[in-house]
Design a protein around this ligand. Structure first.
Ligand SMILES: Cc1cc2nc3c(=O)[nH]c(=O)nc-3n(C[C@H](O)[C@H](O)[C@H](O)COP(=O)(O)O)c2cc1C
Length: 110
């Protein structure tokens, strides 16, 4: 698994693995702790972009396979929020269809 993970990671100069480590003793419920870690993911993407780098939020087997967790040294209860390769993009990614904003945002007028 270590070599499989290594070969998967070849390419970008840096790959950040963002791990959620909820504290079961905290008064904040676990779901909110995980959501807070996911918020870090978005901030990381903005920070990389602001610095002129490219990045992407990935998951897949490196994020979910128990064997990958073992290689990464995750403790019980920890989970991978995502993997973030960071580097200088070789080409600009193609644009993709975006949601129509009026279909996903509603106004509550009371
Ligand atoms: C939790 C999460 C997991 C994702 N996992 C993958 C993935 O494994 N592979 C992938 O190609 N895109 C994945 N994406 C989508 C990309 O991060 C990204 O949103 C997509 O390439 C579109 O980027 P854009 O919205 O900037 O156009 C994931 C997104 C999220 C939020």
């Amino acid at each position: 698994m270590t070599s499989k993970l290594r070969s998967w990671l070849i390419g970008p100069p840096v790959v950040v693995f963002l791990v959620s480590c909820p504290d079961p003793a905290a008064t904040i419920i676990e779901r909110e702790q995980v959501l807070a870690a996911a918020a870090v993911a978005t901030t990381l993407l903005h920070a990389a972009t602001a610095r002129g780098f490219g990045s992407i939020w990935l998951t897949g087997w490196p994020a979910y396979a128990p064997e990958a967790h073992a290689v990464l040294g995750l403790a019980p209860g920890e989970s991978v929020i995502g993997l973030f390769p960071i580097g200088t993009p070789l080409k600009r990614p193609a644009e993709r269809p975006r949601p129509i904003i009026d279909r996903i945002v509603t106004d509550w007028i009371g």
